[in-house]
Design a protein around this ligand. Structure first.
Ligand SMILES: [Zn+2]
Ligand SMILES: [Zn+2]
Length: 367
């Protein structure tokens, strides 16, 4: 396996991979893939060369048009060209022989393209409400034909957070929520997802209550969290179980040893870092309040792709048991100024930390 060294390449490819999942897979397909996670040998879509995809496009293959659109949009294995990506999606929608699945994927991708321009670039924090509406109506149309991709849910959550689901929530003077309210299929799906998130959150909260420190890396500044506590390694020293730190990797354990060794003996006081993690995680695991749209910020799920030494791309099985999480501050305003959380089952904790640090750095540079 090639080591991730070029961060820009990693960003393009992860964007490709996550948008592909977000726009081209329905929730049901995604679940099916999770269930058959041993099936990594078929390889990821980027195994095909862009030249080959273009040949398919030239012969009118709609699936290839969508694949090329995604590559052009993200710049993965192709020069970035977002206008052409948009045109390709519109071509697929207008094709006389379009299948329901291709139609769903094209609609989802168009939804994503418009959603990306929902915040105006020149005046940070200003919404382009028409772009948001276009995104939401593409998402609604995809849901209507039974193609519910992750992006549709993201957009639904976003519209609700912006205050456009119901007229009484509209924060922008002179704007009406009526056209958003009419997107009934989108709202049905959003409510479904919310219910599921709430049930999952409740389950995790139960486990956190029993042993909070087992889920967060104790090395200061690391910020890696796990979905399951078996992923983190706990200190094997003599520190009491109650104040025992856990680490995402050996480096973190080494880095933290100078601090922790004072607590790592019989009868030592409770590790204060672990005690404060306990507080952090209790804060975070508060139940989702459905009345408060700010409290259910969706997380981003990163796909299990690996770049091999010849530069090709492979889907690899990821175990939910090894899922890492990291919080990333929203420096670009792409998530409405709220921090996001990234989940990954196979991106190295070190790479996740670098993502986080990059995001923080670009924020500092802008300020
Ligand atoms: Zn760590
Ligand atoms: Zn210890």
């Amino acid at each position: 396996m090639k080591k991730f060294t070029d961060m820009e390449e990693v960003q393009r490819i992860t964007q490709y991979a996550s948008l592909r999942d977000a726009c081209f897979m329905t929730a049901r397909q995604w679940q099916a893939r999770q269930a058959t996670a041993g099936d990594g040998s078929t390889g990821g879509p980027l195994l095909r060369s862009t030249a080959d995809v273009k040949r398919g496009v030239a012969s009118g293959n709609l699936d290839d048009m969508l694949e090329l659109a995604l590559r052009l949009y993200t710049g993965a294995s192709a020069d970035q060209d977002r206008d052409s990506a948009n045109t390709l999606c519109m071509t697929v929608l207008g094709a006389p022989n379009v299948s329901r699945s291709a139609r769903g994927r094209a609609l989802s991708m168009l939804a994503m393209i418009h959603w990306e321009s929902r915040l105006t670039k020149d005046t940070p924090g200003h919404w382009n409400i028409d772009a948001l509406y276009r995104a939401a109506s593409f998402a609604n149309e995809a849901c209507t034909i039974g193609f519910t991709a992750g992006i549709a849910c993201h957009i639904g959550f976003d519209v609700e957070r912006a205050g456009f689901r119901k007229q009484e929530d509209v924060k922008f003077p002179g704007w009406s929520a009526a056209r958003f309210e009419a997107l009934t299929e989108l709202w049905r799906i959003v409510d479904q997802v919310k219910g599921r998130m709430q049930r999952e959150q409740a389950k995790r909260q139960e486990k956190l209550k029993k042993d909070p420190a087992a889920f967060v890396c104790a090395a200061p500044g690391c910020g890696i969290e796990e979905t399951y506590k078996t992923t983190l390694r706990r200190c094997a020293g003599k520190c009491a179980m109650e104040g025992k730190p856990a680490y995402c990797d050996k480096d973190c354990q080494k880095k933290d040893w100078a601090r922790h060794k004072a607590f790592c003996r019989d009868g030592a006081p409770l590790d204060d870092v672990v005690a404060s993690l306990r507080h952090t995680i209790e804060e975070e695991s508060k139940p989702i309040n459905l009345a408060d749209t700010d409290s259910y910020q969706p997380t981003l799920e990163f796909s299990e792709y690996e770049i091999s030494s010849d530069g090709t791309f492979q889907l690899v099985p990821g175990s939910k048991k090894q899922e890492h999480r990291v919080d990333i501050p929203d420096s670009t305003g792409a998530f409405g100024g709220k921090d996001i959380k990234i989940l990954s089952k196979n991106i190295d904790p070190d790479v996740l930390r670098r993502f986080r640090d990059l995001a923080t750095e670009s924020k500092d540079r802008k300020a």
